[in-house]
Design a protein. Structure first.
Length: 241
């Protein structure tokens, strides 16, 4: 028979029923929920729920218009014989009216919505209460979620290079010849003298200084200390003279 909250009274009594008349009852419950936002019959136990349905014991929110009240009064009737038929439902002025006119008869202001929130909790469905509680929990937890996101972003690892080192790497890379593979890169690093000068200026300067100093030492030794062959030649000249 479907969800108990929407079932017609005669269906609960197991005495046989007219399907069309029972559907008109269910249509009335659906219309009530669409306009009110909660069920007309909603209790914590099945026995209490069935008792309310069989007696058609329910109330209306204060914002329902008179045409809507008249329509629901004809649908939510415990006696199937006194309940409106499908033909009468379709002929109802509120149902047959243009949609714009229907909206005007059920429209309510923000102030009325705030007043309606004072409805006793017994008339509000558990589903609606759960939805409100869930929304409040999400609102309360949202600042903490933002803090968690900020903490997570602060923990992200850095690249390991400061601004100066990064710009220096880019400058060196711009001076490299085009390379397609890692092997070509290694070969270029070994053979390119320009790159070696850029990456090892102090070592190159030291090697140049050592080479210069070695040349000066060699030159000094050759001029101040003549070789034995040179001395022997001078002695032979003196002996001849």
């Amino acid at each position: 028979c479907g969800t108990p909250n929407y079932v017609a009274p005669e269906v609960l009594q197991n005495l046989g029923y007219d399907g069309k008349r029972a559907d008109c009852w269910s249509v009335g419950v659906v219309l009530y929920v669409l306009l009110a936002g909660f069920l007309p019959f909603d209790e914590t136990t099945m026995s209490a729920l069935f008792a309310k349905i069989k007696a058609a014991d329910f109330g209306y929110p204060h914002w329902f218009s008179k045409p809507v009240l008249t329509l629901l009064d004809s649908l939510l009737v415990a006696d199937p014989a006194s309940r409106a038929s499908l033909t009468e439902l379709l002929a109802n002025p509120w149902v047959a009216a243009p949609i714009s006119q229907q909206a005007n008869t059920t429209e309510r202001t923000i102030d009325q919505q705030n007043k309606s929130s004072a409805t006793p909790s017994s008339t509000v469905s558990p589903g609606k209460q759960y939805s409100q509680i869930k929304t409040q929990d999400q609102t309360k937890s949202s600042p903490q979620s933002e803090i968690n996101k900020q903490q997570a972003s602060n923990k992200e690892p850095s690249s390991g290079l400061n601004k100066h080192e990064s710009s220096r790497q880019v400058s060196l890379a711009s001076k490299l010849p085009p390379i397609e593979t890692i092997d070509a890169l290694e070969k270029a690093l070994q053979n390119d003298e320009r790159l070696q000068q850029l990456t090892r200026p102090e070592q190159n300067s030291l090697e140049a200084s050592i080479a210069t100093a070695s040349g000066l030492v060699s030159l000094s030794a050759s001029t101040t200390h003549p070789t034995p062959n040179t001395i022997a030649t001078k002695d032979s000249v003196n002996s001849k003279t």
